[in-house]
Design a protein around this ligand. Structure first.
Ligand code: HEC
Ligand code: HEC
Ligand code: HEC
Ligand code: HEC
Ligand code: HEC
Ligand code: HEC
Ligand code: HEC
Ligand code: HEC
Length: 338
């Protein structure tokens, strides 16, 4: 007798839970606890009830995406912009204003700029472009690549098979020519390199890591940088993408952050805005030189920041300075009276 009550009770709990949580919507992608190295995460949501009229995706930074569903359509795709670190995203389905289902996803965006920090516990990098995953999309999307690999460009980039899914990626102010022309395979040749060899075969579109060789194919200055007497740590590792987004960004030179913020992300001790350059000169300014100003006297069209004095890639001068420190030669680039 008691057992039947228990079983009944258990059954009701399970059923009501199931009904409340996820019977009427299903998240095909992404998996919970997915780790991203880019700032876009695609949600593919399937509805199992025709009564659902609205889907609302809520991100923990107050960004909400509302999708009005159609009775004839079951699958809804949305590429979301995620922020650095842990993201809690909840997908709710509504019928006439009442929430009937909710499914949560925890995702993690590990930015290139913070690589080297510990990978977050419990999250897994899962690549998309393998047959098993692509098969889930084939019914509606052309999953074959028609990207030219012979150096020719597309006349109409919207005809790339990659475009339908990845065009949100290119909605930035400054776009990098090979990405803007959708010559994705110039870099994404599917091969792996020194640092991502463990990812071999996990995606059709891997990029060799380090990527500097691919950059050097088009930027012939790169080779010279490695001959510099003083080369910057991340350049020496060939990790151009620590600082540059290879596709584009809202900052100059497709940088991941404005220059001063970029440099002080890794050189946090310089973020106090004061830089002890040659302390005896700076008794007036508490022994420090400013590192940020609206205008760079040596490059009037640019603002004054770390790269006004340091070449971010390297140079023949110590500390990668843009001129020699002996005789204050570098100082005279901006201060004529030194
Ligand atoms: C100049 C080289 C280059 C070109 C051109 C390029 N990529 Fe990338 N892409 C990279 C590198 C490098 C990464 C970082 C790889 C990593 O960290 O695993 C990357 C990462 C990605 C990622 C995953 C992370 C993110 O940033 O979202 C996607 C998706 C992507 N590329 C799509 C594309 C598409 C689509 C195109 C064509 C429009 C393209 N790429 C063109 C170099 C390039
Ligand atoms: C039932 C058809 C269907 C299936 C299955 C489907 N999609 Fe889509 N998807 C579409 C349509 C239609 C669009 C065009 C966008 C729109 O107007 O809704 C789209 C758009 C997209 C976009 C662009 C979204 C944006 O924010 O611009 C992405 C990314 C995407 N799909 C990924 C996928 C992936 C990944 C799969 C497989 C796991 C998949 N889709 C399966 C129909 C489908
Ligand atoms: C059906 C939609 C769809 C199409 C078409 C598509 N992609 Fe993707 N791609 C995705 C999704 C989804 C991801 C995983 C990242 C995310 O969640 O947005 C991804 C990830 C990637 C990545 C990162 C590595 C990986 O495998 O996860 C690269 C690089 C990439 N795509 C390049 C391309 C290129 C190049 C093409 C065209 C030849 C292409 N994609 C076509 C949906 C698509
Ligand atoms: C297929 C050739 C090609 C490859 C590969 C390539 N680039 Fe470029 N890049 C160009 C072209 C062409 C331009 C000039 C047009 C523009 O600004 O987009 C450019 C411009 C740039 C600029 C802006 C330069 C300026 O003076 O404004 C930066 C920064 C840059 N690339 C970085 C990179 C990095 C980092 C890589 C490797 C991840 C790379 N590029 C790989 C062709 C390439
Ligand atoms: C530590 C961050 C950082 C790294 C790593 C880095 N860059 Fe840069 N890059 C910058 C900054 C900052 C600028 C703007 C320089 C300025 O203000 O004059 C720049 C400018 C550029 C330019 C345009 C101006 C020029 O000097 O030619 C190109 C092209 C470029 N980078 C390519 C690359 C390539 C290729 C790599 C990898 C070999 C790389 N960068 C690695 C920060 C970086
Ligand atoms: C991705 C992290 C990263 C970013 C971003 C970065 N750096 Fe560095 N930087 C390093 C590393 C790593 C070293 C090598 C440290 C060492 O060997 O002591 C270094 C070394 C230096 C040095 C030489 C220090 C010495 O003692 O010789 C200077 C100068 C420097 N960085 C300036 C800059 C400037 C200017 C920027 C912005 C354009 C910048 N860094 C952005 C990681 C970074
Ligand atoms: C006015 C020119 C100037 C600017 C701007 C500047 N630096 Fe320097 N930096 C120098 C000089 C000169 C040195 C050589 C050491 C000295 O004389 O104290 C140096 C040394 C360094 C060093 C190595 C020695 C140390 O103190 O750790 C790093 C790292 C560094 N700078 C990073 C930065 C960063 C990051 C910024 C931007 C926030 C920046 N610098 C802005 C001129 C400058
Ligand atoms: C790339 C340009 C640039 C270089 C190189 C440079 N400075 Fe400056 N310096 C500036 C700017 C910009 C300011 C701020 C001017 C202002 O606030 O009016 C400044 C301010 C100063 C000041 C006044 C500080 C104050 O707040 O009163 C002194 C002194 C100074 N610099 C000395 C030097 C010395 C010494 C060097 C060489 C080690 C040097 N500067 C290299 C651009 C530069």
């Amino acid at each position: 007798m008691r057992l039947t009550v228990l079983v009944l009770l258990l059954a009701t709990i399970i059923c009501s839970n199931a009904a409340e949580i996820n019977s009427s919507i299903e998240i095909i992608r992404p998996a919970n606890k997915a780790l991203y190295v880019g700032e876009n995460a695609t949600f593919v949501i399937k509805t199992h009830s025709r009564k659902i009229d609205t889907i609302i995706i809520e991100q923990d930074n107050n960004i909400t995406t509302k999708i009005l569903t159609k009775p004839t359509k079951q699958t809804y795709c949305k590429m979301l912009h995620i922020h650095v670190g842990e993201n809690n995203i909840s997908v709710r389905a509504f019928e006439k204003g009442n929430a009937v289902a909710v499914v949560d996803r925890n995702l993690y965006f590990l930015s290139e700029l913070f690589e080297g920090a510990d990978e977050p516990e419990g999250y897994n990098k899962n690549f998309f472009h393998i047959d098993k995953n692509e098969n889930q999309c084939k019914a509606c999307h052309n999953m074959r690549s028609n990207v030219p690999t012979d150096g020719e460009a597309f006349e109409d980039v919207t005809k790339t098979t990659c475009y339908t899914c990845h065009q949100p990626m290119m909605r930035v102010k400054n776009t990098h020519a090979p990405a803007a022309n959708w010559l994705c395979l110039d870099c994404h040749d599917g091969k792996s390199g020194e640092y991502n060899i463990e990812d071999e075969g996990k995606s059709k579109y891997l990029v060799r890591d380090p990527v500097a060789g691919a950059c050097g194919n088009c930027h012939d200055t790169v080779e010279g940088w490695f001959m510099n007497r003083y080369t910057h740590g991340p350049v020496n590792d060939g990790r151009c993408i620590r600082c540059h987004n290879p596709h584009g960004s809202n900052n100059e030179f497709f940088l991941r952050k404005p220059i001063w913020d970029l440099c002080t992300t890794c050189h946090a001790e310089k973020a106090n805005g004061k830089h002890i350059v040659s302390s005896f000169v700076f008794s007036r300014n508490k022994g420090a030189h400013p590192t940020k100003a609206p205008k760079d006297p040596a490059r009037p069209e640019r603002s004054f920041a770390c790269s006004s004095c340091h070449n971010p890639h390297g140079s023949k001068f110590k500390f990668m300075l843009v001129g020699s420190l002996t005789d204050f030669q570098i100082c005279r680039k901006c201060h004529v009276n030194y």
